[in-house]
Design a protein around this ligand. Structure first.
Ligand code: NAP
Length: 458
């Protein structure tokens, strides 16, 4: 394949990436956007394979092993564990970038820009891989990934970064010293470990999207090492979109990026004594599906706030049926979607779209909060942290300052969950004991089906 033809193929692939990304910005065009992106990647991979004259034996072997592992993971991983999966994949992206850059550096002499790109790829790729593995362990709530913050942690991190930069400068002036590259990688692996280890579990959504951005930057740097335009462009697109998503997540959680990276965030389970919890929940009232159906029957405006529990119980189809039943009774139904509800960005939107719930009914946090006082019944379905009023009051809470959906301002709040257990941030929720709150204990899907049956029979 002539270089001109390869460049043309890369140009087409890059345009498809950009059009695909644009499509991903709206639910209606997202599937098409995804297909454009995949087509772009196919063209880029095929063009690279035929233009560079690679040894296909290894490529086919790699494809077989990678596809096998990928299929196994895809079937084994439940939807609720997607963030962990995304974290791992980011790590693999960073890891492959640093390995390719390392091999290219060992085989071909690099010019000044290539040397800088090699060091950048080693540094960012290694931070991505160790940071992503720690994020994976934290999201899996593994004991080895409990928050770790050594005395003087900031100085340790700063020192490790300075050491990486020092080694990179040395490498720049003495490029024949191959071991320096792997030394940069080793120090950066430690840096990635410490950086993420000290960040609390509740801030993981921001960290995962930041690591996603890092994996793109590492790929772009490797693109410079290989002088491969499409890798530079696709890496830059991933890097830039990851940063934008990180910003959106930071705004959603009312965190500044530096606060997440250097501040003490929440743990996957902050320690709260049993007495404190018992006292907080002394006045909790419970209800039944029949009572909820009666409340809904006389309501004119209902807002449903879904959370992680809706995903676990796969309640979205039952919710869709309930919505239809309410709308047929001339009751207005809307959904209040918190940006970090569930376990991945857009988690609730994906589930509700899967159940064909009209997109117009989905309101973002600011829209729904503005009208929450006019809501007759708010149904909190398997959500917890995103409706926890502690975020507004307690300054020492791990979720302090995070904007929430103000369900406590509705006339009546129904909270559907199996128990009074805390959510991801591991803290009690005073909403459960609010005077206008009623707990409906049970699995999310079963509870919604029971309410629906009671509504139809009543
Ligand atoms: P949450 O605070 O984690 O609470 C979910 C609640 O669902 C739990 O309290 C649990 O209570 C209930 N639940 C579990 N299984 C259920 C079932 N089968 N039926 C009914 N209820 C069930 O969830 P959230 O309000 O959606 O908040 C999300 C949290 O995850 C935030 O802290 C956010 O920072 C974090 N996070 C978000 C992302 C993201 O990108 N969206 C990524 C990582 C972490 P019971 O056990 O009593 O049923």
């Amino acid at each position: 394949m002539s270089p001109a033809l390869t460049d043309l193929a890369y140009l087409i692939a890059s345009v498809l990436f950009i059009v695909g990304l644009k499509g991903l910005s709206h639910p209606r065009t997202a599937v098409r956007g995804n297909l454009y992106g995949a087509l772009g990647m196919l063209i880029a991979v095929l063009a690279t394979m035929v233009s560079v004259g690679l040894d296909f034996t290894w490529i086919i072997l790699g494809l077989l092993v990678g596809t096998g592992v990928g299929i196994w993971f895809a079937f084994k991983t439940p939807m609720t564990s997607m963030p962990q999966m995304v974290a791992l994949l980011n790590g693999f992206g960073g890891g492959s970038s640093l390995l390719v850059a390392g091999v290219e550096f060992a085989q071909h002499p690099q010019n000044a820009m290539g040397l800088i790109a090699t060091a950048v790829s080693g540094l960012i790729g290694a931070v991505t891989i160790s940071g992503s593995f720690v994020a994976y362990a934290k999201l899996e709530e593994m004991k080895i990934a409990r928050d770790l913050r050594l005395p003087g942690q900031l100085f340790i991190n700063g020192g490790l970064l300075a050491l990486c930069l020092l080694l990179s400068t040395w490498l720049f002036f003495q490029p024949h010293l191959l071991f320096l590259y792997w030394l940069i990688v080793a120090v950066a692996l430690l840096l990635g470990y410490f950086l993420v280890m000290s960040i609390g579990g509740a801030d993981m959504p921001v960290v995962v999207s930041l690591l996603n951005s890092y994996s793109g930057m590492a790929a772009a740097a490797t693109g410079f090492v290989l002088s491969n335009n499409v890798l530079i462009i696709s890496g830059a697109l991933v890097g830039a979109s990851g940063i934008i998503l990180t910003r959106v997540m930071c705004v959603a959680m009312n965190r500044s990026l530096s606060n997440v990276l250097f501040g003490a965030g929440a743990g996957g389970g902050a320690a709260v004594s049993k007495e404190e919890v018992d006292a907080a929940y002394a006045s909790v009232k419970s209800t039944t599906a029949e009572e909820v159906a009666m409340l809904l029957d006389v309501a004119s405006r209902v807002v449903i706030i879904p959370g992680y529990g809706m995903a676990v119980s796969q309640a979205q189809h039952a919710v869709s049926d309930l919505t239809e039943a309410l709308v047929s009774k001339q009751i207005s139904v809307e959904f209040g979607i918190h940006p970090v509800a569930g376990r991945m960005p857009g988690h609730m939107n994906v589930l509700l779209a899967e159940a064909d719930i009209p997109y117009e009914l989905l309101k973002d946090m600011d829209q729904i909060n503005a009208t929450m006082e006019q809501c007759d019944v708010a149904i909190v379905l398997g959500a917890n942290d995103v409706v926890n009023p502690q975020a507004r009051q307690a300054t020492n809470s791990p979720i302090a300052g995070m904007p929430i959906i103000d369900v406590d301002k509705a006339r009546t709040v129904i909270i559907i969950k199996r128990s009074l257990s805390p959510g991801f941030a591991g803290i009690p929720n005073p909403l459960f004991a609010a005077p206008n709150a009623l707990m409906l204990y049970g699995d999310g899907r079963h509870a919604v089906v029971e309410i629906l049956n009671a509504l139809r029979n009543g």
